[in-house]
Design a protein. Structure first.
Length: 275
């Protein structure tokens, strides 16, 4: 007998996925295996999906701990290298470190040996220039199965050019009030050039730093600040997308398919995952 798939409405999915998931979370230090950074994992689980997350320009990794912890509570190993934190951020170096982070996730038995990552369930994500770096990394790594960007910024070398080479499904969340990286020249351009299935959503009320958490002195020179609503939407959509693409979980399909007032579905090319 075929297994019955239970799906939630978009509203139900948004509310459920914006709250912590069912898994207790462990936190670890990537520096123990040679790379500065942090890793959050479910308390246990073998063959788990994993995502490496790139931070934005001048943003400490701690401003994304809530998102990483949230993903781990939903069963996704989430790690972020704490490199390239100065004003002269190299997107190329950050991209290389994102791939190294995935190598660590798949090559090292995590926790007390009760946690492992499936090398066929890997994703990249990032905010601002970290989003651009995630695109750069994905363009050179066929093992990456999904890519997510939050207020992505064009980079050098060009994330826009790299996007044409990415075949993995991509979800791009653009900020409607972004004065640092206006969507038309950054997230929208990257999504339009995407080589595989792609979805672009615009959060009309979000600013460039809306996806970060807490306060930081960089807000004095960058536009925007941490926003509760942007974080809620970001956590829900990133979680739904990664669970759908990496694990085949269709419970939250209606959220990914719906055009919401707070997260406009600007365009989608091909189904993110074949049904």
């Amino acid at each position: 007998m075929a297994r019955r798939v239970i799906t939630l409405t978009a509203k139900q999915a948004l509310e459920q996925l914006s709250r912590p998931g069912p898994h207790p979370v462990l936190r670890g230090d990537l520096a123990l295996v040679g790379l500065p950074g942090v890793i959050f994992t479910p308390q246990s689980g073998l063959g788990l999906p994993a995502v490496a997350f790139g931070h934005g320009w001048m943003q400490p990794v701690r401003r994304y701990h809530g998102l990483l912890r949230h993903l781990a509570s939903w069963g996704v190993v989430a790690a972020a290298p704490a490199v390239e934190r100065g004003p002269l951020l190299s997107s190329r170096v950050l991209a290389a470190n994102l791939l190294t982070t995935l190598d660590i996730c798949t090559g090292v038995r995590l926790g007390t040996g009760e946690i492992s990552v499936d090398p066929a369930r890997l994703a990249l994500a990032g905010h601002s220039m970290g989003g651009g770096a995630a695109v750069l990394a994905a363009s050179s790594a066929d093992r990456v199965r999904a890519v997510v960007t939050l207020a992505a910024t064009e980079t050098r070398p060009s994330a826009l050019d790299a996007a044409r080479e990415v075949r993995a499904p991509g979800l791009h969340l653009a900020a409607g009030e972004d004065r640092i990286a206006p969507p038309v020249g950054h997230a929208e351009a990257i999504a339009s050039a995407w080589g595989g299935p792609v979805q672009l959503r615009l959060l009309p009320k979000a600013s460039h730093l809306g996806f970060t958490e807490g306060r930081h002195w960089s807000e004095l020179m960058l536009d925007g600040s941490s926003e509760r609503g942007s974080n809620k939407l970001g956590r829900a959509f990133v979680t739904a997308f990664l669970l759908r693409v990496l694990t085949g979980d269709r419970t939250y399909d209606d959220l990914l398919d719906s055009d919401l007032k707070a997260a406009n579905l600007v365009f989608q090319r091909e189904a993110l995952v074949r049904r």
